[in-house]
Design a protein around this ligand. Structure first.
Ligand SMILES: *[C@@H]1O[C@H](CO)[C@@H](O)[C@H](O)[C@H]1NC(C)=O
Ligand SMILES: *[C@@H]1O[C@H](CO)[C@@H](O)[C@H](O)[C@H]1NC(C)=O
Ligand SMILES: *[C@@H]1O[C@H](CO)[C@@H](O)[C@H](O)[C@H]1NC(C)=O
Ligand SMILES: *[C@@H]1O[C@H](CO)[C@@H](O)[C@H](O)[C@H]1NC(C)=O
Ligand SMILES: *[C@@H]1O[C@H](CO)[C@@H](O)[C@H](O)[C@H]1NC(C)=O
Ligand SMILES: *[C@@H]1O[C@H](CO)[C@@H](O)[C@H](O)[C@H]1NC(C)=O
Ligand SMILES: *[C@@H]1O[C@H](CO)[C@@H](O)[C@H](O)[C@H]1NC(C)=O
Ligand SMILES: *[C@@H]1O[C@H](CO)[C@@H](O)[C@H](O)[C@H]1NC(C)=O
Ligand SMILES: *[C@@H]1O[C@H](CO)[C@@H](O)[C@H](O)[C@H]1NC(C)=O
Ligand SMILES: *[C@@H]1O[C@H](CO)[C@@H](O)[C@H](O)[C@H]1NC(C)=O
Length: 375
């Protein structure tokens, strides 16, 4: 009954030729090459729909009504090939499982099912979506381990699995995603150490591993080899060891460094001074120690807004009596809004230089430090 794929290819080739003749090199108007969606795509979408067990808003109710899947809610097609290139159904309260038939949408570039109630696991078949650039299944109730097949998505630019119940290790295969710019695995139950393979993803700008159960040290190569990083969040895990930023490891674009609630030891690495775009440095609730940073560390960080060092073991110079150098080192940070050094066993004296800190400083946390010794 329907045209065979071969006929459709011929028709669309004919149309392209026709438009080429009459319009030269100018782009053909979208509507003029309209045809039906590809049958394989429609059947994959219907299989996806049949694995949805509840659709309280009825977003998928019209699916299958029109023979052209390109007209279905949440679906977008390439205007010329009529292949499905986007499936975006965000925050629709859909529940059920993710059908493995999604892996048949071979022209898909964007898959966004964020903010639904999908359960079950991620089908390994998604790994065959070789054109996929954006994959977002964040904020669902997906579980299980992440299939290593996702490492085959060689064009992927953004992968967001955050806010689910994924467990097991962070798959080493993600290190094959050589074009990845954004990776969020936050707010799951990933365990084990941060795989060294991730340091192969040189394009990475955004890395969020926060709120998992990761342990072991932070691989030095994350800070040393991923120089495009702008955002690093590894907070609320069980990571230990030092913050591994060596003087030869430059993170010139680092803007957010969020490592609070871990078991990190050592000091704030002096080489961080080179990350002059830093806006958030959130290191509270670790076992960091040594002298609070003083001259040089923050001098170039004119955009610093949040500096959280509370609940660590920082000390001040002169046998922990002098907070002046630390506060003085922050006088160039004219955008500083919140500064926390509570709970560090520091002396309670507030040096006059505090009056020269950023006029926008809204919060200064000094509580739970040792009381000022009597003179
Ligand atoms: C997906 O593709 C496979 C292999 O080509 C095929 O066997 C299967 O029927 C397709 N599934 C759907 C739902 O179209
Ligand atoms: C798809 O929708 C367009 C307008 O939104 C309409 O003109 C067209 O007839 C529809 N196609 C099918 C096959 O339903
Ligand atoms: C997917 O949708 C969510 C929620 O609307 C949005 O925040 C997110 O940016 C989208 N993801 C992608 C990759 O476009
Ligand atoms: C996809 O990845 C898996 C596991 O990483 C691998 O075994 C498989 O050969 C890959 N398939 C293709 C087509 O590359
Ligand atoms: C976290 O991982 C450790 C093993 O590294 C395990 O003993 C513990 O139960 C895990 N905690 C949670 C909340 O999953
Ligand atoms: C980091 O980069 C250096 C120099 O380019 C290279 O020798 C090293 O193998 C890389 N390390 C990792 C873990 O990729
Ligand atoms: C830092 O950002 C700038 C501007 O976006 C960009 O040109 C540069 O390549 C980035 N540096 C690195 C090491 O990625
Ligand atoms: C900043 O980077 C340079 C290399 O460009 C390095 O020589 C210097 O030691 C770094 N600064 C600090 C404080 O580590
Ligand atoms: C503030 O910046 C200037 C110019 O870059 C620099 O010379 C000075 O040492 C910095 N002051 C502090 C307290 O870091
Ligand atoms: C530093 O302080 C500790 C206890 O407050 C004291 O025992 C020690 O003698 C002091 N050291 C110096 C060099 O003042």
């Amino acid at each position: 009954m329907a045209a065979t794929p071969t006929t459709k290819v011929l028709v669309s080739t004919f149309l392209s030729f026709f438009f080429f003749l009459f319009h030269g090199a100018s782009p053909a108007p979208v509507a003029s090459v309209r045809g039906l969606s590809e049958e394989g795509d429609s059947s994959a979408l219907l299989a996806f729909k049949s694995a949805v067990s509840d659709d309280p808003k009825g977003v998928l109710a019209g699916w299958g009504g029109s023979p052209d899947a390109c007209n279905w809610t949440g679906v977008a097609c390439d205007p010329v090939t009529r292949r499905v290139v986007q499936l975006v159904l965000r925050e629709q309260k859909l529940s059920g499982e993710l059908s493995s038939a999604l892996g048949n949408l071979s022209h898909l570039r964007v898959l966004n099912l964020s903010g639904n109630l999908f359960a079950g696991s991620v089908p390994p078949e998604l790994g065959s979506l070789s054109r996929l650039k954006f994959l977002d299944v964040s904020s669902n109730t997906l579980a299980g381990t992440v299939p290593p097949e996702l490492g085959n998505l060689s064009r992927l630019s953004s992968l967001d699995l955050s806010g689910n119940a994924f467990a097991g290790p962070v798959p080493r295969a993600l290190g094959k995603l050589s074009r990845l710019k954004q990776l969020s695995l936050a707010d799951n139950q990933f365990q084990g150490s941060i795989p060294l393979e991730l340091t192969r993803v040189r394009s990475l700008e955004y890395l969020n591993l926060g709120a998992n159960n990761l342990s072991g040290p932070i691989p030095a190569a994350i800070f040393c080899n991923l120089s495009a990083l702008q955002y690093i969040d590894m907070s609320s895990n069980n990571l230990d060891g030092e913050i591994p930023i060596r003087p030869d490891c430059l993170l010139p674009n680092l803007t957010f460094l969020v490592l609070w609630s871990n078991n990190l030891v050592g000091g704030i690495p002096p080489a961080l001074a080179n990350s002059t775009k830093l806006r958030w440095l959130l290191l509270e609730s670790n076992f960091l120690g040594g002298e609070l940073p003083s001259d040089g560390m923050f001098g170039g960080m004119r955009n610093l807004e949040l500096l959280y060092l509370s609940f660590n073991y920082f000390r001040s110079p002169r046998n922990n009596t002098d907070l002046q150098p630390f506060f003085a080192s922050l006088t160039n940070c004219t955008g500083l809004r919140e500064l926390g050094v509570a709970g560090n066993d520091l002396p309670g004296t507030i040096p006059p230089v505090v009056g020269r800190l950023s006029p926008g400083l809204r919060q200064l946390h000094l509580e739970f430090n040792s009381p000022q010794p009597l003179p």
